[in-house]
Design a protein around this ligand. Sequence first.
Ligand code: NAD
Length: 257
Amino acid sequence: MGKLDGRVAIVTGAARGLGAASAEALCAEGCAVMLADVLDQVTETAQALATKGYRTAACHHDVTSDADWDRVVSETIRQLGDINVLVNNAGITLAASIDDITIDDARRVMEINYFGPMRGMKAVLPSMRRTGNGSIINLSSNSTRMIIGITAPYAPAKAALALLTKNVAVHCAQAGDAIRCNSIHPGPNETPMLFGPDMDRNADAAINLIKPMVAAIPMKRMGLPAEIGSVVAFLASDDSSYMTGAELFVDGGLSLL
Ligand code: NAD
């Protein structure tokens, strides 16, 4: 018996990285999962999980498009059933200070990292209400606490998402919906976002970026995608039934310094 037997989830940005790990962790607890992403690779990722015996589907999906959200929600309901869990994971990073940032770049980051999850929550709520047991999990970042000068477009979008998470949590609870909403704040994690699509840990760029980062982390290592996946599965399950509006920092203690 899995903790999520009979439940249905959508995971955005699920082709790789934390999204793929989250999808796998949900599947391992018995959840049926729609993996959604702008990358075609999402089909392969979903098929790899299906070959392990898990119930999955895949959908091409851009989180900035309302039409795509309508399609992924209706396809999920048609193929898997009403939606219990939404993991708003898709995101991009962009290093820039206030001197370097362009308004267009900042808008793009907000569109994907903030308005994407907002569109997603609006799109799934009617289905989630029908299930009588919903959990929304928003992937924010520890950059909401770790202030460094080059996260001018990224950190404010993630902070806005954390605040929207709390707003949705209170709104749903006060409306009597059995829907919880929490945010996860990862620190540096071993995914293509930091290492590039080929995950080349020996590339100069990766080494230069990662070495000082790891030295600063109290636990002296980066996080692994599965270590976010397990927190996603916890927040999706009834093990976290009294948690809503919480911020979970999963960063080896980095944001405590
Ligand atoms: P990643 O780049 O490996 O994966 C992100 C996925 O999102 C990709 O598959 C990409 O195709 C998808 N995506 C991007 N734009 C999209 C769009 N418009 N519509 C749909 N999908 C889109 O990144 P990751 O490291 O797995 O990050 C996942 C989430 O975790 C992101 O929100 C990121 O900001 C957050 N996060 C990551 C780290 C880290 O160190 N890796 C740290 C803190 C927070």
